[in-house]
Design a protein around this ligand. Structure first.
Ligand SMILES: C[S@@+](CC[C@H](N)C(=O)[O-])C[C@H]1O[C@@H](n2cnc3c(N)ncnc32)[C@H](O)[C@@H]1O
Length: 218
């Protein structure tokens, strides 16, 4: 999507994707990655997700990237955290405690920016991107993550003819096509979420699942 699309959504407060209580699949499956305390976790397209706080509370250093300055401002203001702010070629860095949010474009990050990340957490990032950008995201952003990196990917499945994304439906076949060359891909849980999504039912969706994957760099 064009950046203006996301800026407009944040300006208008159309952020139904935000989960104020955090993501239950993260909370259930994160420990399967077996990461040492202090590992740096990359969180792409982070929004103002409370998952950043959840990861930091588990002793991780968090490196997030988010396009919208409003999202970044709201994250720190709502959690009553005062970040220090600096600039680099990647964007505007906001740092507080173990959390760093770069306000910038995920496609501007390179190997140097991600060099310390031993893990990633991708929820509603892959599925926020249309198909051509998803391929670029896997080929450029995931490829810039270091060897031995592993992470949790939470994707979304629904009958693709029933809705124009975002969120886009990205089923297991597509996840494998994007990642299997460089990552081992394991399904951890497929969760039926239709009953908890009245807004999508109104739009005509007849099925909707969240799927948690563990990815490990080959
Ligand atoms: C569907 S939301 C998901 C937010 C978050 N992961 C969550 O679970 O709440 C996608 C977010 O990605 C941001 N975004 C979209 N394109 C981006 C890009 N190229 N670089 C960085 N952030 C981007 C949007 O502003 C939006 O906040």
């Amino acid at each position: 999507m064009h950046p203006d699309y996301w800026h407009a959504r944040w300006n208008d407060g159309r952020i139904g994707f935000n989960q104020p209580d955090g993501n239950p699949l993260l909370q259930r499956h994160w420990s399967t990655l077996g990461l040492p305390t202090g590992s740096q976790v990359f969180v792409p397209l982070a929004g103002k997700s409370p998952d950043l706080l959840w990861l930091a509370a588990r002793g991780h250093r968090v490196l997030a990237v988010e396009l919208s300055p409003l999202a970044v401002e709201q994250f720190f203001a709502e959690n009553v955290i005062e970040p220090t702010v600096s600039r680099s070629r990647y964007g505007v860095h906001h740092r507080a405690g173990g959390i760093e949010i770069i306000c910038g474009d995920v496609f501007d990050l390179d190997r140097e920016a991600l060099a310390d990340c031993t893990a990633f957490y991708d929820r509603a990032a892959l599925i926020a991107l249309p198909a051509p950008l998803r391929q670029r995201y896997a080929d450029e952003v995931y490829a810039a993550l270091p060897a031995s990196c592993r992470g949790l990917l939470v994707s979304l499945e629904y009958p693709p003819t029933e809705l124009d994304g975002p969120p886009f439906a990205v089923d297991e076949m597509q996840v494998r096509a994007l990642y299997q060359r460089d990552w081992s891909v394991e399904v951890l849980e497929r969760q039926d979420i239709l009953a908890s999504q009245p807004a999508f039912q109104v739009q005509g969706l007849t099925a909707m699942h969240n799927v948690a994957y563990q990815l490990r760099r080959r």
